[in-house]
Design a protein around this ligand. Sequence first.
Ligand code: ADP
Ligand code: MG
Length: 310
Amino acid sequence: MLRKARAGPNIVQILGHKQNYPEYGDQTLFLEYCSHGDLVDYKSYVHRRNAIVYVPEELIWHVYIQLSEALDFLHYGPPNTERGDWRPIVHFDIKGSNILVAPGPTDMTPQIKLADFSRSGTPDHTHPSGMTIVGTEDYLPPEQPHINHKGDVWAVGCVIHWLALNAPPYNHREHQIIFQRYRKASSETQNAEMKLKLREDYRRECEGIPRVMHPIDLSIEEWLATKSKDQEQRVRWHSDSAKKHIPRWSYAYSSVLNAWMMKALQTLPQDRATARRLVSGMIPVGKRAIEAIQKGSVFDVDGDGDIIMG
Ligand SMILES: Nc1ncnc2c1ncn2[C@@H]1O[C@H](COP(=O)(O)OP(=O)(O)O)[C@@H](O)[C@H]1O
Ligand SMILES: [Mg+2]
């Protein structure tokens, strides 16, 4: 898959390959080296290097723009490809650790490269993975296990949410409890059929966990003002637990970034933006926002969601 994908923008390049056991199709790929590591590493680097606890808005736009370009290529092919002439590639595993970062002109404008195509496939596959429960499923879209290219868009929305709030839109605590229970059960049996059944049950249970999409353009006071007592408790719990790492609610982003993140995080796939829509709608707006941020000017958004320079 990566061979076919690599012609696209913002996709990690293959420099060479070595056949290990051709009879099993086993080979080693040599990739271009991305010296900043993955986006999880880079997020920590940005916090440390700038002594800040949030990710600046300019950087988030750059990541969003470059990931959208990568997805547009994977899903629709090179520019001017006719419908039907391109077999879409779905990545299926977009998350911070599978996004590589190479230096750009400044720390806020790095090069972003989508990597780890080990789960990628065509949209008619359901989410492919082994039968052992190996990792958390924080970035899976609500429609799992019936995921197509719109699942990649959801995952990019999750990456933006994570950059802004240090957590994907997921009830992590509830998920962890289920995950641990199934991991334990799975490690206690050697029966392959049983393991497979556990995995399916696990996924089904995860499906029921509500996604929690937090707006990113509110201060904590504004956020609390819109919530009921019960939700308020939850928010407090979230922010308390996050203090150990990074206080999440320390920074409010623009409403236009929030609006575009939410277009990628629509629960129903049919309501969710396509990568094409992100490229035609979000990218021009994002570029103007970046320009405004770099000039240090204030910007606002009009009724159509376009940016008005202050
Ligand atoms: N070309 C590369 N440049 C820099 N770091 C890389 C590169 N490829 C992989 N890495 C690092 O190795 C990690 C694992 O690689 P990945 O391709 O995602 O394999 P897997 O998740 O299957 O182990 C990445 O999260 C990243 O930190
Ligand atoms: Mg990986």
